[in-house]
Design a protein around this ligand. Structure first.
Ligand code: BGC
Length: 753
């Protein structure tokens, strides 16, 4: 079916146009039958399909059709594997197409500002570059099957507390470098069909009615050509939102907001051309998903379940292993903890999947070893039970090895509310310590969507982080624990030692409808590195059953000249162990001068499969943006010239290979206003007769100081004082008149091209 967008638009009434700008119900847009415009369906997302048929409750949360549940975002990002994520996208796209879903509501790319955010299990990373790469792969995968995506939640939706009203008070630089980058990368690399606008406000303005965000940045700067829809119920002022660039309000507003649009167009308060443009985009979006695919494609749930198992195996992170893993087949084992029977494999809220077949470790490992099970604690509560604890300890004593299946209960983290602490339930910590005290071969397998503290870490022999591993988690645990699969996940977020160490500790979740992003750009490892803090596990960390050596790094140049936009980096890595495995080669850029910028930032990664003894070369390309900061003074990206180290290794705190490059850059563009100092003018290289005279008088900018001007100060002191002097202060301190100052300012203004 083809839609003649312009033809339809020209025949639509004002009321029809307004009506198309909001949903018909929870999940569908409105059809305009007389013009052949069909209703299309959108569905959550992100790690499976949550398609509700028939009536949905007012929160849209009642039972959905059965679908395979894959690992959630926290785990997916830990794979550091864009090929895997792309394949997941393709699989989800096929399922959505088969279910006649037009657009899938995901991926969710908000940055993990605090480990307390209740929805972190669904989000990808604390690092924007990693989140962006993963999200772009996901979008490419889904859209390759003729199904749209909705990258969410745009933007700065980094907490659940007061998510519908809070204002994220955040600097332009932190927005650009941290909170918007993943969206920007996804838009530029994958052109998602839609973006979902967040509930919250940014610096006082609702995201849904923010022209800077939706128009200037998203469309003009990044070149987005899709539509923006609201998060469910995020609409504040419909006409302001339309004018700002928001096309679709979801879900239905009972016609209330459609009426407003009509009224305002009629009164002249809203230009009909704005509405027409929104409707044109909506029709183009609808057309994208109906033209290419009819009839519905079929998909195979069994094959998808197998893929969910593979994905869970590739996302788990081995955090500690003192020789106890992999377990020996046929060994006498104690399996302890309610999560062995009832694994927590997904999170609560809009991403909740009505899974096809959930597997647990107890059943999945039954044929591999002689297993005695002791519940120890329930999976869904924090209740100590001394009888259960005693039975667990006794079982552990009888076994060669104890495997404790622990994690966060649903009530500890979810969409809709934030966590209040980092700890596992006390009953679990107590049990792990008691078991580890009698059984040196204790393994802890974790099911949680975000970091937890591990007070027992040095007492146990191994820790395997499964995150929320999806419905095949039990089989994946069997694969990993017994070595059929070699763990290869790496942490996409830092595990802190304590809550008080975390970057947003003093500013989360805010108060008085505001949350101040006081840590600025220092989010995640950028914070811990700058403060040289010890952490529980650093960003990028994860072990394997084999070992890898980094054997060489080479840059194709040691100088990045002004016109050059690409530095090629070659890194060699070798499997030095006896098993095949996958290494995640990570590449960080470290500016020698890291005043007011992170010590290092991830700018490349690659997943490499290596047989024992095999060595491979990985090639990275770094562009100028990889070295740049967002400069609020010029409202643009700027590369500070200087020496940069390019470092490669297995995680952010182990980078054995480094090579240096000298980056050249144009002087920072000069901004001339009432705060412009002499130092800024001189550093910019811009000169004029007035500035030459000032420089000479005060002995700055390469001029010799003249004796009389020194007064009581040292040369250095005087020079620094003068460099920091705003030009306009020379009326007081330089004996200049306003005409002279104005003349200088005029001459220094940027020349029009
Ligand atoms: C969530 C979105 C979701 C939507 C529809 C909202 O509450 O924030 O992520 O896509 O509901 O279920």
């Amino acid at each position: 079916m083809k839609l003649d967008v312009e033809g339809i638009l020209s025949r639509m009434t004002l009321e029809e146009k307004a009506a198309l700008c909001s949903g018909a119900d929870f999940w569908k847009t409105k059809a305009i039958e007389r013009l052949g415009v069909p209703a299309v369906m959108v569905t959550d997302g992100p790690h499976g399909l949550r398609k509700q048929e028939g009536e949905s409750d007012h929160l849209g949360l009642n039972q959905s059709v059965r679908a395979v549940c894959y690992p959630s975002g926290a785990g997916l990002a830990s794979s550091f594997d864009t090929a895997l994520i792309r394949k997941l996208g393709e699989t989800l796209g096929e399922t959505a197409a088969g279910e006649k879903v037009h657009t899938l509501l995901g991926p969710a790319v908000n940055i993990k500002r605090s480990p307390l955010c209740g929805r972190n299990f669904e989000y990808l990373s604390e690092d924007p570059w990693l989140a962006g790469e993963m999200a772009a792969a996901y979008v490419q995968g889904v859209q390759s099957r003729g199904v749209g995506t909705s990258v969410k939640h745009f933007a700065a939706n980094n907490q659940e507390s007061e998510r519908m009203s809070v204002s994220a008070e955040v600097s332009e630089r932190a927005l650009r470098e941290i909170y918007l980058t993943a969206f920007e990368k996804t838009v530029r690399q994958a052109q998602p069909w839609t973006l979902m606008c967040a509930y919250n406000r940014i610096n006082g303005t609702y995201c849904c009615e923010n022209p800077w965000l939706l128009d200037q940045l998203l469309r003009r700067e990044w070149g987005f050509d899709g539509i923006v829809m609201t998060d469910w119920g995020a609409m504040n002022d419909r006409c302001r939102a339309l004018a700002a660039g928001l096309e679709l309000e979801m879900p239905a507003s009972g016609g209330e907001n459609d009426k407003k649009i009509v009224e305002q167009v009629k009164s002249g308060a809203l230009d009909e051309a704005v509405l027409d443009e929104a409707v044109r985009r909506l029709l183009c979006w609808i057309a994208k998903g109906i033209d290419p695919r009819e009839p519905a494609q079929s998909y195979d749930r069994q094959a998808q379940h197998e893929f969910a198992r593979e994905a869970a195996g590739r996302t788990a992170v081995l955090l500690k292993n003192e020789g106890v893993l992999p377990l020996k087949k046929g060994a006498k084992l104690a399996f302890i903890g309610g999560f062995a029977e009832h694994p927590r494999y997904q999170g609560g809220g809009s991403s909740h999947i009505n899974s096809v077949r959930v597997t647990n470790a107890l059943e999945s490992c039954a044929s591999l070893a002689e297993i005695e099970y002791a519940e120890g604690f329930a999976a869904d509560a924090d209740e100590s039970d001394s009888e259960k604890l005693r039975a667990a300890v006794e079982a552990a004593q009888r076994a060669e090895c104890a495997v404790i299946f622990a994690g966060l209960p649903d009530s500890y983290e979810s969409e809709g509310y934030d966590r209040t602490r980092l700890d596992l339930p006390a009953c679990q910590n107590e049990l792990i310590a008691a078991v580890a005290a009698v059984q040196p071969n204790t393994v802890v397998v974790l099911h949680n969507g975000s970091p937890v503290t591990m007070p027992w870490l040095d007492k146990v022999a191994a820790v395997l982080e499964m995150y929320l591993g999806g419905e095949a988690v039990g089989e994946a645990e069997a694969d990993l624990l017994f070595g059929a699969v070699n763990p290869s996940g790496r942490l996409a977020e830092t595990f802190p030692l304590r809550l008080e160490d975390t970057p947003a500790f003093l500013n989360f979740p805010g108060s008085g409808k505001k949350v101040t992003y006081g840590e600025g750009i220092y989010v995640g490892y950028r914070w811990y590195d700058a403060r040289k803090m010890a952490v529980l596990f650093p960003f990028g960390y994860g072990l394997s059953y084999t070992t890898f050596a980094y054997t060489g790094i080479e840059l194709d140049r040691n100088r990045l000249a002004m016109g050059e936009n690409q530095l090629t980096v070659r890194v060699r890595v070798k499997n030095t162990g006896t098993r095949s495995g996958r290494e995640t080669v990570q590449l960080y850029v470290r500016p020698e001068d890291h005043h007011d910028r992170p010590v290092q930032e991830l700018k490349g990664f690659a997943k490499v499969a290596l047989e024992p003894g095999e060595e491979k070369e990985v090639v990275f390309h770094l562009d100028r943006r990889s070295f740049s900061v967002y400069d609020e003074r010029i409202h643009d990206w700027y590369l500070p010239a200087g020496r940069y180290e390019i470092c490669a290794g297995p995680h952010s705190r182990a980078l054995p290979l480094c090579a240096a490059v000298e980056a050249e850059s144009a002087p920072r563009p000069l901004v001339v206003d009432e705060t412009t100092t002499l130092g800024e003018i001189l550093d910019s290289g811009r000169r004029c007769a007035g500035i030459d005279a000032v420089a000479k008088t005060f002995g700055i900018g390469g001029e010799e100081p003249s004796g009389e001007q020194l007064g009581a100060g040292t040369n250095q002191m005087m020079q620094e004082m003068m460099r920091g002097m705003p030009l306009r202060r020379l009326v007081t301190f330089g004996g200049m008149c306003w005409e002279q100052i104005e003349q200088i300012e005029k001459e220094l203004q940027p020349k029009e091209d």
